[in-house]
Design a protein. Structure first.
Lengths: 420, 114
């Protein structure tokens, strides 16, 4: 046990909550065999921690302590409740060796629970949308409201979808396990997609106060490494590389006020060279396979960015090539947007603006703030300040994330100042 | 005939990854090779190996040791070609994508490699 001064304790507990709660939950789901009981147990465990740790100090292995405490609390409560008696007996009778759990030592088993949870949520028995929603809820702890917003559906509908998914996993008796190599293949795409979404949520949260949520980006990188360990397929390598290369810039991406800094204005000396080197090594393996896909191609694009000495000295032609390849394998208006921006950087802002105008015909894009932000940026480069200002204003209308909003406001203020 | 094309790294010559331009060339080159059907296998030898040993009628399995230095193969490709010259030409092109350095190639022999 380590003793800590009283005042920093609540900070520590909240830090531990951020870092450990999803892992504790993943293990509790295995031990209790039920999402809702596990969720309850996890909450109980943290309440117990708030009561005990101020007196006893933070245990050496808080995660294991929380798992034990949560499980004990639930079994204890179920025993006391009549209606839960049978369930409690079932829980208490679980053969000890099956759940052999040595609180102080068994971190490996607990880490595997994170993977079990992600595979459980991504099980093919569920419709694709439900898999992603459930994984975002359970693996990264996003609220149903946050997920509903990201998917443009009503929170109630999302809540129903998630509870239906949990019920279905129970009905279909899906086992809480890491699938064998044969079936892993059929899961892989969804699992990679979910990890990618978790990272994105941490990299640029869809809503709320903070632009970056490091606990989510760390989680996603951890999961991507684990998937690569299980199945070093080109796309798994591509995803890991992409996340590492993105992460290398995390110190340079926001300023002291938490406002995002655009790539070209970032202090490149703040980029983490170790992460860049690792990301490139992983990308290299994927490229050697001759089977670059959605993630490897994106990683290759980030590699072009991180190896350029400055924004001007970036090989934009290569980036446009990569976006073309991406469009071939997975066409989407968002890829088209990125390609238009890169083309604007290569051939001049006027060309970029023409391409962006063509994109604005797409209904999906009309409410997308980044389309207007991109137009504003190219207009500014072309010296068309009025066009830039009107587009930043449109972008402001559709942006939902606080820090991004402030970024756009700041750009707008700069332009107005220059105008005078 | 099949050739095992690979590179090694050690502490004295750490692997230098290709530039972004080289990486792009390599991606295209390897994709073409895959699509032409000449690539039999591609991958890497991981540093961690598992040893299976028979001693006094008993098999023992142990994880490790870590492969070090010259033995470590971060990437290899097995290609099917009609002549050694064809293998040399292909390997030269791959090396040009990767940048300066050495690739090694070895002809595989045995019934399944013809």
């Amino acid at each position: 046990m380590i003793t800590v001064p009283e005042d920093s304790l609540s900070n520590d507990i909240s830090r531990i909550y951020q870092a450990e709660s999803r892992r504790v939950l993943a293990t509790l789901i295995r031990l209790l065999g039920n999402f809702d009981l596990a969720e309850e147990a996890m909450q109980e465990a943290f309440i117990a921690a708030l009561q005990k740790w101020p007196g006893e100090g933070i245990p050496k292995n808080p995660r294991a302590w929380l798992v034990s405490a949560g499980r004990f609390k639930i079994i204890d409560r179920l025993r006391r409740e009549k209606r839960g008696r049978e369930l409690a007996e079932e829980q208490a009778e679980q053969p000890a060796e099956r759940y052999a759990f040595q609180p102080e030592t068994n971190n490996v088993a607990i880490e595997d629970d994170q993977l079990r949870l992600i595979f459980y949520c991504c099980h093919p028995t569920l419709p694709l949308d439900s898999r992603i929603a459930l994984a975002l809820r359970e693996v990264c702890g996003m609220s149903t409201a946050e997920i509903a917003r990201a998917y443009l559906v009503q929170p109630d509908a999302m809540k129903k979808r998630i509870s239906r998914s949990k019920a279905q996993l129970r009905e279909d008796k899906v086992v809480y396990e890491i699938p064998g190599k044969d079936t892993l293949d059929s899961y892989l795409n969804t699992v990679l997609h979910v990890i990618y979404l978790i990272y994105n949520e941490g990299y640029a949260a869809t809503g709320g106060e903070h632009h970056q949520r490091p606990e989510l980006t760390q989680e996603a990188i951890f999961l991507a490494r684990e998937i690569v360990r299980l199945l070093p397929e080109p796309e798994a390598l591509g995803l890991l590389s992409l996340l590492l290369l993105h992460e290398s810039r995390s110190n340079a991406r926001v300023d002291g006020d938490g406002i995002p800094i655009s790539l070209e204005s970032q202090d490149r000396s703040l980029w983490d060279q170790d992460l860049i080197d690792e990301g490139i090594r992983v990308l290299h393996k994927s490229v050697l396979s001759g089977r670059m896909g959605y993630y490897s191609l994106q990683a290759a694009i980030v590699y072009v960015h991180v190896s350029a000495p400055s924004a001007e000295a970036t090989n934009w032609a290569l980036i446009v090539d990569y976006y073309q390849m991406l469009e071939k394998i997975q066409p989407s208006p968002f890829i088209a947007l990125q390609k238009a921006i890169a083309t604007g950087m290569l051939e001049g802002p006027e060309t970029g603006l023409v391409l962006l105008d063509a994109l604005a015909d797409n209904k999906k894009m009309q409410n997308y703030h980044l389309l207007y932000a991109a137009k504003a940026d190219l207009a500014r480069r072309a010296g068309k300040n009025e066009l830039a200002i009107s587009n930043y204003k449109k972008a402001l209308k559709f942006v939902s994330q606080h820090a991004e909003k402030r970024y756009i406001q700041r750009q707008l203020e700069k332009l107005k100042k220059n105008d005078k | 005939m099949q050739f095992f094309v690979y590179f090694t790294v050690n502490e004295n010559t750490p692997m230098k990854p290709p530039t972004p331009e080289g990486m792009a060339k390599m991606g295209r080159f390897m994709k073409e090779a895959m699509e032409s059907g000449m690539v039999v296998a591609t991958g890497q030898m991981p540093r961690a190996v598992t040893e299976v040993t028979l001693k006094e009628d008993e098999i023992s399995v142990s994880d490790g040791p870590f492969i070090e230095g010259k033995e470590f193969i971060p990437g290899f490709t097995v290609i099917r070609v009609n002549s050694k010259q064809e293998a040399i030409d292909w390997t030269s092109k791959l090396r040009e994508c990767m940048g300066e350095g050495t690739l090694k190639m070895a002809q595989l022999s045995g019934t399944s490699f013809d």
